[in-house]
Design a protein around this ligand. Structure first.
Ligand SMILES: [Zn+2]
Length: 154
């Protein structure tokens, strides 16, 4: 097999095959920890809900997916380029994944879950991680955390 994947992509794909935790997932988990959110990664809901969400935050009724940019076809992302060989096969594969992601999000929505989809590129660099961490409360709770300064003013 020719080397169509970057080392990073290969490791993501292999890790999916093994069913283990990807690096972006671990990074999102530590962010949520720092922010004080409680979540499950191997709870019953992680297994039973549509799409088997990576993270479940029961208190907020939020599920989080951490999507690899290649595998889930992150449109416009530099980490997603359709392979030059077997392009038809890959297009069908990735379109299928996109369609499944959309269907799963819809099913979860109908079950009353708020779906937060995070892309691997959002945790790739320090700057991206800082930005995402500041924004996670908005994505999860629909509002930003009060800054320490603001709390002190009240
Ligand atoms: Zn991306």
């Amino acid at each position: 097999m020719t080397d169509i994947w970057s080392a990073e992509k290969r490791s993501e794909v292999m890790s999916r095959i093994r069913g283990s935790d990807t690096k972006p997932e671990l990074q999102v988990r530590s962010m949520l920890h720092r922010l004080g959110y409680r979540f499950t990664v191997r709870g019953p809901k992680n297994k039973s809900l549509p799409g088997r969400p990576d993270l479940v935050l029961p208190k907020h009724r939020v599920v989080v997916f951490v999507h690899g940019c290649f595998w889930h076809g992150h449109a416009g992302c530099p980490d997603f380029k359709m392979p030059k060989s077997r392009t038809d096969w890959w297009t069908a594969k990735i379109e299928g994944n996109r369609a499944r992601d959309a269907r799963v999000a819809n099913e979860l929505h109908c079950l009353g879950w708020h779906v937060v989809t995070l892309w691997a590129c959002a945790v790739k660099t320090r700057g991206a991680r800082d930005w995402l961490e500041a924004r996670l409360p908005v994505l999860i709770e629909g509002k930003p955390r009060k800054s320490v300064a603001k709390v002190a003013e009240e």
